[in-house]
Design a protein around this ligand. Structure first.
Ligand code: NAG
Ligand code: NAG
Ligand code: NAG
Ligand code: NAG
Ligand code: NAG
Ligand code: NAG
Ligand code: NAG
Ligand code: NAG
Ligand code: NAG
Ligand code: NAG
Length: 541
């Protein structure tokens, strides 16, 4: 008995020492008092207040504002997307009057009554569930003032759990791979668009990002509620992605389309692009959230192998532009396309984050190169903002889409800039800004701050003086061409938050304390970083 107690004590001491030695530090060690630029942070905050006042004045309670016509739209089921998606940004900015109003809405909106019958799992999760969880994490962390109605704090969790429970029918597909929608009336899963390959049409199809962008939120929700059913559903969906069948052309660079009846992959269109993106992203971010959840380091290994395939096959330099590194997307058969979407520009930040955490400097280097190269798609356009999709001429000086081989306009543009524009709109895309934020917080090199300041100034001047902020149809003409009469809720959630966090004190929402969801909603890390272990020792966690 005595012996065994002694043995346990020794063992605990040994484990504790090992743990302390192996704890992780992600952020650059900013010397006290450095890293802040108040005037830039204030300018970003002013942009939030300005657009918020437009939204609240015309559309409070609706999902989105149409900033040109001052119309409103319920395009995210009418739960007030701009409010709940943008709430944690206002918390971080210390906009207490705005936050009080947002919290009241979040605590009282009825998540059982949707404005459309078909409710989409993906956006409900990344914008609403994550927005609610993150507001709760920030306000109850002790790291931010919390002068708000305390009954609203508990409501944030019960509301998130209610919405997630209403979405559970999506998983009733036989395999547990989630269907795209739930019919809110019948509580049945409903598939998205059918997919035709050769002579076969598949009716029950989901995409990799839909199935693989749940873990961070649903694990957090289970941890906060004590109800493990959310975690179990996310883990079951993830299990199909971790053992891709059939395997993709390049190891772990999985395609986008899956059959929810069989669990089989239907396409090989991989890369870091839309449809795959946040699946790869969450392997790292959920591992960081709590390494103990990553049984046998399955997520870590999958991610590292996907990155190694990226380095070997799809991290490419355009013709005569060795200074640029783009991460190509693959077509349905797994062929390299020498093109990218702006969504893939999150990869630079994700590679720097994972490379730092797993101590792989080669991966950090690729992340820096990828982030710099996405920045080039911004600072070379007329507006200073980047296009939705772009492509380049490969080492043989040829484009995947042969029509561009005889196009003098795109050839001349690519010769100068390394890439050419395919789809020119800019819809408040946060991904390049996000990677630049990671570059800043991980390296402490102020060039990253300057990049994001350039992007903020470009955002702030893509319209006529004193007009509200709107999205633009063409990044490469003065003022962005025709205004696009829509303002995405993620402008408030992501674009302005990444910008603000680039200029405010670096220990506000430190990467050592928070893991961000794909919509820039920070969740409190549970273990593994030195900052978290230290907070636990001090009894702050
Ligand atoms: C802060 O931002 C302002 C505006 O861009 C700039 O003029 C100033 O040099 C910056 N200060 C520091 C310390 O980076
Ligand atoms: C805005 O919300 C109100 C209240 O829910 C609703 O009646 C109205 O139809 C919504 N407007 C639009 C354009 O969806
Ligand atoms: C807090 O919020 C609840 C629910 O919205 C409300 O009933 C209560 O009156 C509020 N308390 C205060 C002090 O405002
Ligand atoms: C799609 O799934 C539903 C329910 O999971 C099933 O009833 C139906 O047979 C499936 N359709 C096809 C074409 O596989
Ligand atoms: C939802 O289910 C109801 C009841 O079966 C049905 O009438 C309706 O067409 C379904 N809606 C959609 C969009 O599938
Ligand atoms: C598709 O159907 C056509 C005509 O029935 C047939 O000739 C062709 O081989 C089929 N293709 C595939 C990929 O099965
Ligand atoms: C754009 O930014 C890159 C760094 O990301 C820099 O090397 C390049 O000179 C800049 N180009 C222009 C036109 O400012
Ligand atoms: C460049 O693209 C063309 C057209 O897709 C292809 O035939 C060629 O093999 C590619 N060159 C290299 C070096 O990948
Ligand atoms: C060349 O590409 C540009 C940009 O995509 C396009 O606007 C233009 O129509 C193309 N020109 C020709 C001759 O195909
Ligand atoms: C942003 O735009 C607003 C409205 O045109 C203007 O008042 C403000 O000075 C601009 N801020 C910066 C930093 O350029």
């Amino acid at each position: 008995m005595l012996f065994s107690i002694f043995f346990v004590l020794v063992l605990v001491a040994v484990i504790d020492t090992v743990h302390a030695e192996s704890c992780k530090t992600i952020q650059y060690a900013f010397p006290a008092g450095t890293g802040v630029n108040d005037s830039r942070a204030e300018a970003v905050k002013a942009a939030y207040v300005r657009s918020w006042n437009e939204y609240a004045g015309y559309c409070f309670g609706n999902d989105s504002i149409l900033p040109v016509s001052h119309g409103c739209r319920d395009d995210l089921d009418g739960f007030g997307a701009t409010i709940i998606d943008g709430m944690d940004t206002a918390i971080i900015m210390g906009l207490t009057d705005i936050v009080a109003r947002q919290l009241e809405h979040a605590a009282t909106v009825d998540f059982s009554r949707s404005s459309s019958v078909l409710v989409e799992l993906f956006d409900m999760n990344i914008r609403y569930i994550a927005g609610l969880l993150s507001a709760h994490d920030l306000l109850t962390s002790g790291l931010f003032p919390n002068p708000y109605n305390q009954s609203h704090m508990d409501a944030l969790i019960t509301q998130a759990a209610t919405l997630a429970t209403n979405l559970k029918p999506c998983f009733e597909t036989g395999t547990g791979l989630p269907a795209t929608y739930v019919n809110y009336t019948t509580k049945q899963p409903v598939a998205g668009f059918p997919l035709t390959i050769g002579n076969t049409t598949y009716l029950n199809v989901t995409n990799t990002a839909q199935a693989g962008t749940l873990m961070l939120e649903w694990y957090r929700l289970s941890d906060k509620t004590g109800d493990s059913s959310f975690r179990d559903l996310a883990a079951k969906a993830e299990s199909w992605l971790l053992k891709p069948n059939p395997p993709p052309r390049y190891l772990n660079l999985v395609g986008t389309a899956l059959d929810t009846n069989t669990g089989h992959f239907l396409t090989f269109d991989g890369g870091w692009k839309s449809g795959v993106d946040s699946y790869l992203e969450y392997l790292v971010k959920t591992h960081i959230y709590n390494p103990a959840d990553d049984i046998e380091n399955t997520w870590k290994s999958f991610w590292i192998t996907a990155v190694e395939s990226t380095i070997e096959y799809i991290a490419l330099h355009p013709y005569e532009h060795p200074e640029i590194t783009f991460l190509s997307e693959l077509d349905n058969d797994g062929n390299i396309m020498w093109s990218m979407d702006d969504y893939s520009c999150f990869a630079g930040g994700n590679l720097m984050l994972g490379g730092t955490y797993f101590d792989r400097q080669d991966i950090v280097a690729l992340g820096k190169a990828a982030a710099e190269s996405c920045h080039v798609t911004y600072n070379t356009t007329v507006t200073g903002l980047g296009p939705l999709t772009f492509a380049w001429y490969n080492a043989s000086n040829l484009a995947y889409d042969a029509q561009y081989n005889n196009n003098f306009t795109t050839r001349a543009y690519a010769e100068k800039n390394g890439y050419f524009i395919e789809l020119a709109q800019y819809n408040s895309f946060p991904e390049s800004t996000e990677s630049i934020f990671y570059g800043w917080r991980i390296t402490g090199d102020t060039k990253w701050q300057d990049y994001n300041w350039g992007i903020f100034q470009a955002l702030n001047t893509t319209r006529t003086e004193n007009a509200p902020y709107w999205e633009i149809s063409d990044v490469n003409v003065p003022y962005g061409g025709e205004p696009y009469d829509y303002l995405s809720s993620y402008y408030f959630a992501e674009t302005l938050k990444y910008l603000y966090l680039t200029f405010t004190e670096p220990d506000i929402v430190s990467l050592d304390r928070f893991s961000f969801n794909t919509e820039c909603h920070p969740m409190l890390i549970q273990a593994g970083t030195c900052a978290v272990e230290e907070a636990k020792r001090k009894g702050e966690l």
